[in-house]
Write a protein that binds this ligand. Structure first.
Ligand SMILES: NC(=O)c1ccc[n+]([C@@H]2O[C@H](COP(=O)([O-])OP(=O)(O)OC[C@H]3O[C@@H](n4cnc5c(N)ncnc54)[C@H](OP(=O)(O)O)[C@@H]3O)[C@@H](O)[C@H]2O)c1
Length: 274
């Protein structure tokens, strides 16, 4: 397994697991093969993964239920990061709801489903344009004061929003889209490096699309490895703040992804991808 990274006062392996893909198709409803979802989650732990990302909106609720079914009582040192602030009225909708009353209910629901007294990392899934951002972050700060949240993170934010959140409470992580093909959050990544907080790139494999790019395929061929491993090794080389959370419902892909943490790209290969 890879080196460690700090998430607040916690230390985790630098390659995490994004559990979103173990739900049903379109991240909606239960998986077709529930025992397989359990096996994938358990295999992640066997491979040394000790950071799992989920959200109440995955399923909705299904993902958190699957994690508790597969892994509770949790192994020592496992950090489960969940998120609140998005509603799923139907499979195609991911609607922000950043009202404090909703976030309070969402937090209580996640605690119950995950069978936890306190969530190690609770993230605001996305700012809600209809609600002052400070009110949403303030609701998480209230949850922390109530002892229900250990650390607070934010997701899908700009640098200005990160700064605003940091004026309200301590923020230990940001989760934004970032991969070889989408670097629109480069400024947020740099801010995380400067501030010494973790950056969790979502879609680290571009939801699979990055793997089709010729430049990745050719470097993968040179290393006799796979495009997914190159994409992840590039992220890990890119920044010490990076904590990738690749997702999969396949044990073979999980094993492949975790092994990427041991791959060292040369400066030349890194530059060719950059
Ligand atoms: N904060 C947010 O707004 C937000 C948004 C999206 C995602 N997320 C988080 O980020 C995590 C990662 O995102 P993601 O799972 O959507 O995207 P991803 O990790 O970029 O890609 C996952 C996709 O790639 C495939 N894949 C995974 N490993 C592979 C491999 N070794 N070879 C070939 N294909 C592979 C998977 O299919 P198979 O199942 O067939 O392997 C899946 O379709 C999620 O699990 C979730 O926790 C957060």
């Amino acid at each position: 397994m890879s080196s460690n990274i700090r998430v607040g006062d916690l230390s985790v392996n630098r390659l995490g697991f994004g559990a979103m893909r173990v739900c049903g198709p379109d991240i909606w409803g239960p998986p077709k093969d529930r025992p397989n979802a359990h096996r994938v989650l358990r295999r992640a732990i066997e491979l040394g993964v000790n950071f799992i990302d989920t959200a109440d909106s995955y399923g909705p609720h299904v993902d958190e239920d699957l994690i508790a079914e597969a892994l509770h009582p949790y192994p020592k040192g496992l950090v489960i990061a969940t998120k609140g602030g998005l509603l799923r009225p139907r499979a195609s909708a991911w609607n922000p709801d950043g009202r404090p009353a909703h976030l309070k209910r969402a937090l209580d629901g996640s605690l119950k489903r995950l069978k936890l007294d306190r969530i190690d990392l609770y993230q605001l899934h996305a700012p809600d344009a209809k609600v002052p951002f400070a009110d949403s972050v303030g609701a998480l700060a209230d949850g922390q004061r109530a002892g229900k949240i250990r650390h607070i993170g934010v997701s899908n934010v700009s640098v200005a929003q990160l700064e605003e959140a940091r004026r309200i409470c301590t923020i230990v992580s940001v989760q934004n889209e970032y991969n070889l093909e989408d670097r629109s959050s480069e400024d947020v990544l740099k801010a995380c490096e400067r501030l010494g907080i973790a950056f969790l790139p979502w879609y680290p494999l571009g939801a699979g699309n990055v793997l089709k790019k010729d430049k990745i395929k050719s470097i993968a061929k040179k290393f006799q490895t796979t495009p997914a491993q190159i994409a992840l090794a590039w992220l890990l080389s890119k920044s010490p703040a990076m904590l990738p959370i690749p997702g999969t419902a396949s044990i073979a892909h999980l094993e492949e992804n975790v092994a990427a943490a041991a791959l060292a790209l040369s400066d030349q290969d890194f530059a060719a991808l950059n």
